[in-house]
Write a protein that binds this ligand. Structure first.
Ligand code: GLP
Length: 253
């Protein structure tokens, strides 16, 4: 894993948008693994601008989103379908036939999950997978305790995730209790993974990801064994990690 301090969300978002543009231009049939959440909100508008000014053909680009809330249909304002369309897919000429987002309102959710996993496997490895991280170390909606060999399936959200995500809903009771999420094994298929984390709330999870053991209690720690992972952080997290390292060094003398 490479830890990279890009100072703040704005610079980090520019970096990721440019990396996605470079991939799309060099590989017009590329597959992108996309994520949602606050962490990603500036990446997609920046990418849209770059795609516009560079007149990029998106017809054969495939995208897979990590997850979706169970019970929210595509027109719900807090669905990840709406999020992705407002920030990215409603701009430029994305080919909707190549845009994959799990359906949280599918009548048979387990079948939807299996079909999603099969589609992902048949289309091949994502060339780049974007990831955020939950305060409890979740990636996608793979909560602590998720087996490392998990695939796309229906998951129960923990109380801490429901609380963290309640800021997007009118009341905490409106937050769905389940989601459909790519599994940890599904995520590990990607050729290159870029995980982003900003601010104090994420520093503990990143510290455990960098310094802690590989354990199912911190789902993101599976990334320690992936050959091509960048962890992009801001000054807040980087300084925290630096202070921990200095404290450890001082204690060892
Ligand atoms: C959410 C999403 C994740 C996201 C994470 C962090 O629950 N399922 O895909 O990466 O939690 O969210 P945020 O970026 O809003 O902090």
């Amino acid at each position: 894993m490479k830890l990279i301090n890009l100072k703040n969300k704005s610079i980090a978002s520019d970096y990721v948008a440019v990396e996605l543009l470079k991939l799309i231009q060099s590989t017009p049939t590329a597959t992108l693994g996309l994520a949602t959440g606050n962490t990603m909100t500036e990446i997609y508008p920046r990418l849209s601008e770059l795609l516009t000014v560079n007149c990029v053909n998106l017809n054969d680009i495939k995208t897979f989103n990590l997850d979706e809330y169970v019970g929210l249909n595509s027109s719900h304002p807090q669905s990840y379908y709406t999020y992705m369309h407002q920030l990215l897919f409603d701009h430029n000429d994305w080919n909707e036939r190549n845009v994959y987002i799990p359906r949280g309102d599918a009548p048979h959710l387990e079948e939807e999950a299996q079909a999603y996993e099969q589609r992902l496997a048949s289309i091949g490895q994502p060339d780049i997978q974007l990831l955020g991280i939950g305060e409890n170390g979740h990636i996608g909606f793979n909560e602590p305790g998720t087996p490392f060999n998990s695939q796309t399936r229906i998951v129960d959200l923990t109380d801490s995730t429901i609380k963290a995500n309640s800021i997007h809903f009118d009341t905490i009771d409106d937050v769905p209790k389940q989601a459909i999420s790519m599994g940890l094994q599904s995520i590990m298929r990607a050729k290159r993974i870029i995980l982003l984390a900003f601010g104090e709330r994420k520093q503990e999870a990143i510290s455990r990801l960098i310094h802690g053991p590989k354990t199912e209690t911190l789902p993101a720690s599976i990334l320690q064994t992936h050959p091509n992972v960048e962890i992009i952080v801001d000054d807040v997290i980087f300084n925290h990690l630096n202070n921990i390292t200095k404290r450890v060094e001082q204690n060892s003398f």
